[in-house]
Ligand binder design. Structure first.
Ligand code: NDP
Length: 327
């Protein structure tokens, strides 16, 4: 069984590729440059024997994608452009999906969406304390609103929801030979396993944690999105979804636990007392009032007990403090 992955060298991508290999899959990974693949192979010499690389500088290149997808049974699409270009986001999701219809052998496409495709930023900056979010909720922002919006988070959020919605619409309308499963994670943390990682090139969500918990942030930031999931759980879910019949054309929240900034700082002070001197004093003893969330569907379908906050924070920070001591 061959799984085509995009974004396989990133934070979520590396964890997912390693999970695939652990489960016995062969991986065909699209890369933009050979250098990234070389770095991954060096870091994971055993696992890399199960990975075939295909250079696809542009996922919109139909000719390259057509040949890249031959012999593929499943797809996990995790690549995401660095910028917040709305049109590109949609295109990157839709066009590859369309290409996949040519290959009746493909059974399932898994998309890494985001909790920002679920929330409504106009309701208390997304925090909407009266509401309980489920996978039935969709960020209601329209293309027109997003096109004219000045707030980058609004545009980014809309880009994720519209792209995800377009993928579902595509499957419903075109009835291709495959079904899709999407996951909507909020902040993703956990020990980062991507190649060539330094404290200077952390992926965004890991950087947020490091910035606050290494004491670089002079003041504790507001807690903007007070929920998280561990990258190892997301990797497990994305791989399990490939063969789970219940997950056909379904959407799942991937949320483990809630958090707020001062709580993170306190966890580090308790678990790494020798690092406490670097950290700012914590005054607040509770996070912002915020939405509830219901992940019962995710836990039931995938029979998973999600990793709790303290374990994720401790293991991520141990990894980062260790890295700092050798860099
Ligand atoms: P990373 O930045 O670590 O990885 C992104 C990956 O996508 C890299 O492998 C990168 O390739 C690839 N990529 C980016 N742009 C393009 C492009 N235009 N064409 C081809 N490949 C591209 O990010 P994450 O692992 O954090 O994110 C992965 C997915 O998870 C994204 O879809 C993101 O929206 C989603 N997500 C992440 C969250 C988080 O907290 N981290 C939260 C919610 C959703 P290269 O190695 O060549 O640069």
């Amino acid at each position: 069984n061959v799984v085509f992955v995009t974004g396989g060298n990133g934070f979520v991508g590396s964890a997912t590729v390693l999970e695939l290999i652990k489960r016995g899959y062969k991986v065909k990974g699209s890369i933009r440059s050979q250098a990234k693949a070389d770095a991954f192979n060096k870091m994971y010499p055993t696992e890399s024997k199960s990975i075939e690389r295909v250079v696809v500088p542009d996922l919109m290149d139909e000719q390259r994608m057509t040949s890249a997808l031959s012999g593929v049974d499943y797809v996990i699409h995790m690549a995401s452009p660095f910028h917040m270009n709305f049109t590109n986001n949609v295109e990157e999701m839709l066009k590859p999906a369309r290409e996949l219809t040519l290959y009746s052998r493909i059974k399932r496409v898994v998309l890494t969406s985001s909790f920002v495709a679920v929330w409504d930023l106009m309701k208390g900056n997304g925090l909407w304390p009266e509401h309980t979010y489920t996978a039935e909720d969709w960020n209601p922002a329209t293309w027109e609103q997003a096109a004219g919006a000045a707030h980058p988070l609004f545009v980014y959020s809309a880009s994720k929801s519209l792209a995800e919605k377009a993928a579902f619409d595509f499957v419903e309308k075109e009835k291709p030979g495959f079904s899709i499963t999407t996951f909507c994670p909020p902040f993703i943390w956990g020990p980062p396993g991507q190649p060539d990682l330094t404290l200077g090139n952390l992926n965004t969500s890991t950087w947020v944690l490091w910035w606050t918990l290494s004491g670089q942030a002079k003041e504790i930031d507001e807690t903007g999105l007070p929920v998280f999931v561990d990258v190892r759980d997301l990797a497990y879910l994305q791989v399990a979804a490939l063969t789970n019949d219940k997950a056909k054309n379904q959407r799942y929240l991937a949320i483990s636990d809630e958090w707020y900034m001062e709580q993170l700082v306190n966890i580090v002070k308790e678990e790494f007392p020798h690092q406490a001197y670097r950290l700012p004093p914590t005054v607040r003893t509770r996070g912002p009032d915020h939405f509830g969330y219901d992940v019962a569907k995710t836990e039931r379908v995938f029979d998973i007990e999600l990793i709790p906050l303290r374990k994720t924070v401790v293991e991520t920070m141990k990894f980062l403090f260790d890295k700092e001591s050798v860099e």
